[in-house]
Design a protein around this ligand. Structure first.
Ligand code: FE2
Length: 199
């Protein structure tokens, strides 16, 4: 059911000029190329889905191929939120974010050392500083999120890559349009992200 989406994500990674900078992509591509989707998925919706109608295509075919497929599948997918954020981050935050973990531990396609997913945040949301043991590579698919890492703030646009080393704290301020991020984790991927200072 998500085989075509996984194939388009792999194509997207292969289309990026920045790929050689991030050796982790090789492991991600191995996982994507060998992943096989279950035939049936149980949908689980979240309030953040109401923002999907406002997601803008980028004009970059490699991005838009992923976005098109993701947006058409979205209502049928199992949307989740980070369990450790419940009761910690605000109700407003929870009403405006969610993600679909395509590959990873306890995900649509089981994998022990790679996570791949797509996450959505509504307009003008602030995601406080958080970290995780896994190495991370984000690609912006839609929106203009501002990433804050090591005291440096940088606004990213569709197609931009943002890399985080293990345990490197990062925070985001999302722009006026909904943000869609493709994320990949490698290494210690079992543990979820945690807010800095909360673990
Ligand atoms: Fe992260």
């Amino acid at each position: 059911m998500i085989d075509e989406l996984l194939r388009r994500i792999a194509e997207f990674h292969r289309s990026r000029p920045a790929v050689p900078e991030y050796p982790m992509v090789t492991e991600v591509l191995d996982a994507l190329d060998t992943a096989r989707s279950p035939t049936l998925l149980e949908p689980r919706g979240l309030p953040v889905l109401r923002h999907l109608d406002a997601v803008k295509l980028s004009g970059d075919p490699a991005i838009d191929d992923v976005l098109d497929e993701f947006l058409s599948l979205a209502p049928a997918l199992p949307w989740i939120q980070t369990a450790g954020y419940r009761g910690v981050l605000s109700q407003e935050f929870h009403d405006n974010y969610g993600y679909v973990q395509l590959v990873g531990p306890k995900s649509i396609v089981e994998h022990r050392s790679v996570r791949v997913g797509i996450a959505v945040w509504g307009p003008n949301l602030h995601y406080p500083s958080h970290h995780h043991e896994a190495e991370e590579l984000y690609h912006v698919l839609a929106g203009e999120p501002c990433f804050g890492t090591d005291g440096v703030r940088r606004t990213a646009k569709p197609g931009d890559a943002v890399h985080h080393a293990p345990w490197q704290p990062h925070q985001q301020d999302f722009g006026a349009a909904p943000t869609v991020l493709l994320y990949c984790w490698t290494g210690a991927v079992v543990a979820d992200a945690a807010l800095v200072g909360a673990d």
